[in-house]
Design a protein around this ligand. Structure first.
Ligand SMILES: [Zn+2]
Length: 355
C-alpha cells in the first residue's frame, strides 16, 4: 500500500513551491549586500573608478572615470552600482585629484544615482593644475555635501563584527605623520633611493586611502607620484604591508616608486591601465619581481608592448582594444581572513589569504 505523506499538499505542488522559493533566493542574492566587502575595479579605459560595497550595503566610490558624450563611464559605474551591487545610492564619493580621468563622469553620474557625500583634497586655486572646465561643474553637484579630506582622517563606514576602517594616508601632498595599518619600522629599501624632479601637477596631491577589513588591507593612492610616495615609506614604512594594491597612476613609471611598492609587499595587484595608456614596462617588471606577489591583474592588455611583457594572459580583463569594459571584482570574506579575485561576472575566482 502507498504510504500517506504527512502533508495534505500534493507532492508536485510542494516541489514547485520549493523551486520558486529557491529561484527567488537566488534573485535576491544577486542584489543583496555582500557577506563581507566587495570591491569592483571598473574599466574606464585608462581612468579610475573603484566601487566598494560593505556587508551593511554601504558604498564608497573612489573616482569616476572620464566625461563623455555617450556617458560610457557614468553608465558603467551606474550598472555596477545598481544591477551588480543592488545599490540605491552612493554613500561616499572620493575624487583623488582633479584630473579629467578621475572625476570626469561624476556630474553625469549624479543624475543617474544619488551621491550623498563628496570628498576631495583642496579648494583649487586658479594657478594650480586641474581640469578648469570640469571643476566648477563638480563644485556645483557637490555643493553643501563636500568635505576636504586630510591625511589621518577617516571616512565613516559602519562596521559589522569585522572592523572596517577607511583612512586617508596622504592628501594635498601631505602624508600621515604616524604609522597606519600594519605600518611600523625602518624601510630597508630607502638607502640610496633616487628622487625625481618635483611633480607640480595635481597627481602629487592625490588622496591615498588605506582600507582595512579585519586582516585584509587594500591600498589605493590615486595617481600619487614618486617623491610623495617616498615620503610615505621613508625612512619608516608608515603603511606596513598590504594584501591588495591598486597599482598607482595606471601603472605609470613616474609613480610606483620601488621603495614604496617593495615595502608594502602586496599579494595581489590590480592595474587600471588603458590599452594605450600607462601600464609601463618598468611597473609590470617591478610587480613581477616582488617575492610577495601572487597575481598581477591588469584591466587591459598594453597593446604597445609584447604579450610576454604584459602580465599573465589569464589575469587581463580586457584583451582587445575594442573591449566590452570588463571589470575585476574582489570579494573579501565576512571575517576578512580570505578574499577572491575574478574577472567580470563569470570569471573563475582565484582565492587568497589575508596576511
Ligand atoms: Zn589618472
Amino acid at each position: 500500500m502507498r504510504r500517506e505523506t504527512t502533508s495534505s499538499i500534493p507532492r508536485r505542488s510542494r516541489v514547485r513551491a520549493l523551486l520558486v522559493l529557491w529561484t527567488c533566493a537566488i534573485c535576491a542574492g544577486a542584489n543583496a549586500a555582500p557577506k563581507g566587502l566587495d570591491i569592483y575595479f571598473l574599466d574606464v579605459e585608462g581612468g579610475a573608478a573603484t566601487l566598494l560595497v560593505t556587508s551593511r550595503g554601504e558604498s564608497l566610490l573612489i573616482d569616476s572615470g572620464w566625461k563623455r558624450d555617450d556617458l560610457r563611464d557614468a553608465k558603467r559605474i551606474h550598472d555596477a552600482a545598481t544591477r551588480l551591487a543592488g545599490l540605491k545610492q552612493i554613500d561616499h564619493y572620493v575624487t583623488t585629484h582633479f584630473h579629467t580621468d578621475h572625476f570626469g563622469s561624476i556630474t553625469q553620474l549624479v543624475p543617474l544615482i544619488p551621491v550623498i557625500k563628496f570628498y576631495d583634497h583642496a579648494l583649487m586655486q586658479e594657478s594650480q593644475d586641474y581640469d578648469k572646465k570640469l571643476y566648477p561643474e563638480y563644485m556645483k553637484v557637490a555643493e553643501g555635501k563636500r568635505q576636504i579630506l586630510k591625511a589621518g582622517e577617516t571616512i565613516p563606514l559602519k562596521s559589522g563584527k569585522t572592523p572596517l576602517r577607511v583612512i586617508c594616508v596622504v592628501s594635498d601632498g601631505r602624508p600621515v605623520l604616524a604609522p597606519v595599518g600594519t605600518g611600523a619600522g625602518v624601510n630597508p629599501f630607502c638607502d640610496g633611493a633616487a628622487a625625481k624632479e618635483e611633480d607640480r601637477s595635481d597627481n602629487a596631491k592625490s588622496i591615498g586611502l588605506l582600507i582595512s577589513y579585519g586582516d585584509f588591507e587594500f591600498l589605493n593612492l590615486g595617481d600619487l607620484t614618486w617623491n610623495v610616495e617616498h615620503q610615505l615609506v621613508c625612512p619608516d614604512n608608515l603603511l606596513g604591508r598590504v594584501d591588495l594594491f591598486m597599482v598607482t597612476h595606471h601603472g605609470s613609471d613616474t609613480s610606483n616608486n620601488p621603495v614604496l611598492v617593495k615595502a608594502v609587499q602586496p599579494t595581489v595587484s590590480i592595474m587600471c591601465n588603458g590599452a594605450r595608456k600607462a601600464g609601463s614596462l618598468q611597473s609590470i617588471a617591478l610587480l613581477k619581481s616582488l617575492p610577495s606577489l601572487k597575481a598581477a591583474y591588469q584591466l587591459h592588455r598594453n597593446v604597445q608592448i609584447s604579450e610576454a611583457e604584459n602580465t599573465d594572459r589569464r589575469l587581463i580583463a580586457n584583451w582587445d582594444e575594442g573591449c566590452q569594459g570588463q571589470f575585476i571584482k574582489v570579494s573579501v570574506s565576512s571575517n576578512g581572513h580570505t578574499y577572491s579575485v575574478r574577472i567580470g561576472e563569470k570569471g573563475k575566482p582565484q582565492q587568497f589569504h589575508s596576511e
